[in-house]
Design a protein around this ligand. Structure first.
Ligand SMILES: C[S@@+](CC[C@H](N)C(=O)[O-])C[C@H]1O[C@@H](n2cnc3c(N)ncnc32)[C@H](O)[C@@H]1O
Length: 312
């Protein structure tokens, strides 16, 4: 972690991975974000699940193992578990405490379900437990988390999922769509400042894990839409000239210098279908709201994985 964080802070411009948002407080703040008026994503996605669960379950069939990438509080999967009735559930998350706690709670509520939590970084190949061999593997990646990857990384991630689920396996994935810039920017600049606290929490997390001394009031939250890249970009902007010590090294921030913390890419339908195809998936179904603000796609693993076409 020290090596990775220092590499990003030594780069020009500075960046850190969005995975550092998520310690226990970061996970709790994210839960709060999902309830905000401005943050239409979770609300819209949940309403799509409510409206189309039967259709989704019918398409997924029986003898299924659901593998959730970044399971968090496993809230969305609960709806699927009631309707799809999989034999096994493999929640994958980097935040171990949260993962084990949620796996226990889920097992208590669904005693017949085999739950195999895997603490792993899903940007790397994920080892699925042998116990699920023989079941149809269905990846679950809701919340538009795919948007946190640049298109080339998204391609790599989807290719990895395609390898994990195999031919005939599937991926149910939530994707945030391109729309009016004001709607997008409001969603990441809420009036109560919860997203700002979430962004700043990455520094508190690094302080705790790497004996660092970031002063949180020395940075301000920024989120804006980059139309050329097609993504919301979040930054922490240094309010003053300052030096921070991290894992025994020092890092200088000039006044107004930005630290890039997250990208959230938005997709047109055709762009996303093309991206999925480049990773060996066919878009079998899509469910979207009336405004086409958010889509859930069911991607099916092709019988032969395509050689990875380069996307941007
Ligand atoms: C936004 S939450 C999504 C929770 C849940 N899937 C949902 O949509 O309600 C993202 C989760 O992904 C996890 N996460 C983020 N980056 C990760 C990574 N690289 N590898 C594994 N888990 C990651 C976080 O710990 C967090 O619990």
């Amino acid at each position: 972690m020290a090596q990775e964080v220092l590499h990003g802070l030594g780069s020009e411009p500075k960046f850190i991975s969005p995975k550092y948002f998520y310690d226990a407080r970061g996970s709790a703040l994210f839960e709060e974000i999902t309830e905000l008026d401005e943050y239409y994503l979770t609300r819209t996605e949940m309403s799509l699940f409510d409206a189309h669960l039967e259709d989704m379950a019918g398409r997924l069939g029986e003898s299924v193992c659901l593998i959730e990438y970044g399971s968090g509080n496993s809230r969305k999967i609960r709806k699927l578990l009631e309707t799809v009735s999989p034999q096994a559930y493999v929640p994958v998350d980097i935040s171990n405490e949260h993962l084990q706690e949620n796996a226990r709670a889920l097992h208590a509520d669904f005693p017949a379900l085999h739950v195999y939590p895997v603490c792993a970084d899903f940007t790397q190949p994920v080892a699925v437990p042998q116990e699920v061999d023989g079941l149809t593997r269905v990846g679950f990646f809701p919340g538009s988390s795919i948007g946190n990857f640049a298109p080339s990384e998204a391609h790599r991630f989807l290719t990895g999922v395609r390898e994990t689920v195999g031919s005939g396996g599937a991926l149910l994935i939530g994707v945030d769509r391109k729309k009016a810039v004001s709607v997008l920017e409001d969603a990441y600049n809420d009036a109560r400042g919860v997203t700002a606290a979430f962004n700043l929490n990455a520094l508190a997390h690094i302080n705790a894990r790497l004996q660092a001394n970031f002063e949180l009031d020395g940075f301000r939250h920024l989120a804006r839409y980059n139309a050329e890249e097609g993504c919301i970009q979040m930054f922490l902007e240094s309010r003053r000239d300052q030096v921070v010590s991290i894992a025994g090294e020092t890092v200088h921030f000039a006044a107004n210098e930005t630290l890039h913390t997250e990208n959230s890419y938005k997709y047109d339908k055709a762009e996303f279908v093309e991206l999925a195809a480049s990773a060996g998936f066919t878009a079998e179904a899509e469910w979207s709201d009336d405004q086409q603000w958010f889509s859930i796609f069911l991607l099916r693993g092709n019988s032969t994985a395509l050689p990875g076409a380069e996307i941007r």
